[in-house]
Write a protein that binds this ligand. Structure first.
Ligand code: GDP
Length: 194
């Protein structure tokens, strides 16, 4: 995917602050520190378009970006960060669910998981939400560079089994080696119908 432009559009906490839905939109979700910012930056060939906040999860914002005038990309707040105050944790679910259920231009959600960790209830809940709202999910296992090729394949099989999906439905990715970048873009184009 050739990137001609990639720009920050706006941040929002509620639907009235979302930008007008014009372009097909792809949202990115994952546990805090999973490598979500790195993945988006790799996709758009920018070092710091998406900034990693020093204290993950403190600001619960939905951030909107525009790529090539073709796609809207949305960085959803990360979940599962232990040090986030309870009050903030409690707003995460409703905020995400509000976004998923209200955004008519939402074409799909990229759910990012660390290849070294088995999915937990947050991932199962997220996938259940996507099913409930009939939103296509793109499942990505990142930080693959941390494992040998053999262990990547073994872990991919284990995660596929746990999630009840086909092995081929899990895209192997690394922000370090850029492995899987084209595969993620292909999946994005697939769900966006572009
Ligand atoms: P976020 O909180 O999900 O946005 O995660 P970040 O993108 O900020 O990444 C969290 C940490 O993991 C940072 O130290 C990154 O450098 C590192 N990281 C992210 N992706 C990869 C990857 O594919 N491989 C390796 N080795 N490290 C990664």
């Amino acid at each position: 995917m050739i990137i001609r432009s990639a720009e920050f559009v706006t941040s929002a906490v509620k639907p009235s602050q979302y930008p007008p839905g014009v372009l097909p939109e792809i949202a990115f979700a994952g546990r805090s520190n999973v490598g979500k910012s790195s993945l988006i930056n790799t996709l758009v060939n920018r070092k710091r378009l998406v900034k990693t906040s020093g204290t993950p999860g403190r600001t619960q914002l939905v951030n909107f970006f525009e790529v090539n005038g073709t796609y809207s990309l949305v960085d959803l707040p990360g979940y599962g960060y232990a040090k986030v105050p309870l009050a903030v944790k409690k707003t995460w679910g409703p905020m995400i669910e509000t976004y998923l259920s209200n955004r008519e231009t939402l074409a799909g959600v990229v759910l990012i998981m660390d290849i070294r960790r088995m999915p937990r209830h947050e991932e199962f809940d997220f996938i259940a939400w996507l099913k409930q709202y009939h939103i296509p999910g793109i499942l990505v296992l990142t930080k693959t560079d941390k494992l040998s090729r053999t262990r990547q394949l073994r872990q991919r099989e284990a995660v596929a089994g746990a999630l009840g999906v086909d092995v081929e439905d899990l895209i192997l990715f690394s922000a370090q080696t850029r492995k899987g970048r084209e595969a993620v873009w292909a999946a994005v184009a697939g769900v966006a119908g572009t």
